[in-house]
Design a protein around this ligand. Structure first.
Ligand code: ASP
Length: 297
């Protein structure tokens, strides 16, 4: 477990992110919050750190392409103060999809843009056309083309990040290249408000990761926030939300379901149906990677 103690001045501020690579995102977000950035700026900066890190094989630059070898990325941001959102799906030739989602939030009368419309919006708002396919991702794709077998399970992970500032504002964000070698045009849960993320200052924030083709059937992030609104702690809310997947009539469609959540008081939660799920937290005590095991084990 990695522990980094950083100078924290606000006791209430907190951030939580999916996976161990989320540590860099929560640390950057925390630094930005404590140095006076707006919460939205802080979250964008935190997500950008992971998006621009080519070693993270499922988010932004370095993420996995679709079955045609083309990078298509999904990202979204939600502001808990007014429930405003900005989202992009199937975005090509961009290394910072969360910043394009932020620009949709700030400058577009629509909430979500997809495909060529999202790319055109990005160009109009000053985002350069960039190849998001790293050499390692290209090599992995070529190996997949050469060896693909029907039914093969492909990698996927999302950076989901929830953050709280000292004034009680919550923001949630997601960024992912989705399921590796997915069908062109496939969109997972991550950019879909209520599924991949949700934030409401009055109740809490949540973000999901896992098999988005199934997660979007359960509106898991909205469910977790509503459970907090009804009085559950962030941890209880995550557990009850993933339990909803376990309780699917006929059995759970997948165990690739994990959730993080943050209450308006800075209470942190996480739950998973995987054997083990790592997530990253930052608050007054510092920053660290934590782990939860399957909710029913
Ligand atoms: N939920 C993402 C998707 O299905 C991938 C992941 O978080 O693992 O696109």
């Amino acid at each position: 477990m990695t522990v980094q103690h950083i100078g924290v001045t606000e006791v209430r501020s907190a951030a939580i992110a999916t996976w161990d690579f989320g540590l860099r995102a929560v640390v950057e977000t925390g630094h930005a919050i404590t140095s006076g950035a707006s919460l939205l700026d802080a979250v964008e900066r935190g997500v950008n750190v992971v998006e621009l890190d080519a070693s993270v094989a499922t988010v932004g630059y370095g993420g996995a392409p679709n079955a045609a070898g083309v990078m298509e990325m999904d990202a979204a941001v939600m502001v808990g103060a007014d429930l405003s959102v900005g989202a992009v799906a199937g975005l090509q030739r961009c290394r910072r999809p969360i910043s394009v989602a932020r620009a949709v939030h700030d400058h577009c009368r629509h909430s979500m843009l997809v495909g060529s419309g999202a790319a055109e919006f990005a160009r109009q708002h000053g985002f350069p056309e960039e190849d998001a396919l790293s050499e390692a991702a290209r090599a992995a794709y070529e190996e997949w083309v050469a060896t693909q077998a029907p039914g093969t399970v492909h990698g996927h992970d999302t950076l989901g990040l929830c953050a709280l500032d000292a004034t009680g504002h919550l923001v949630a964000a997601c960024s992912t290249s989705g399921i590796s070698f997915k069908h062109p045009g496939r969109v997972g849960d991550s950019p879909i408000v209520g599924s991949g993320l949700y934030a409401d200052n009055r109740a809490g924030a949540a973000a999901a990761t896992g098999d988005g083709d199934h997660i979007q059937r359960f509106c898991l992030s909205f469910l977790a926030v509503e459970l907090m609104r009804a009085g559950a702690t962030a941890m209880e809310a995550c557990r009850q939300a993933v339990q909803r997947v376990l309780d699917t009539p006929g059995g759970p469609p997948t165990r690739e379901v994990s959730l993080v959540a943050l209450s308006p008081e800075g209470d942190l939660g996480a739950a998973t149906l995987l054997e083990r799920f790592e997530y990253a937290v930052w608050n007054a005590s510092g920053a660290e990677v934590r782990c939860v095991v399957a909710a029913d084990s």
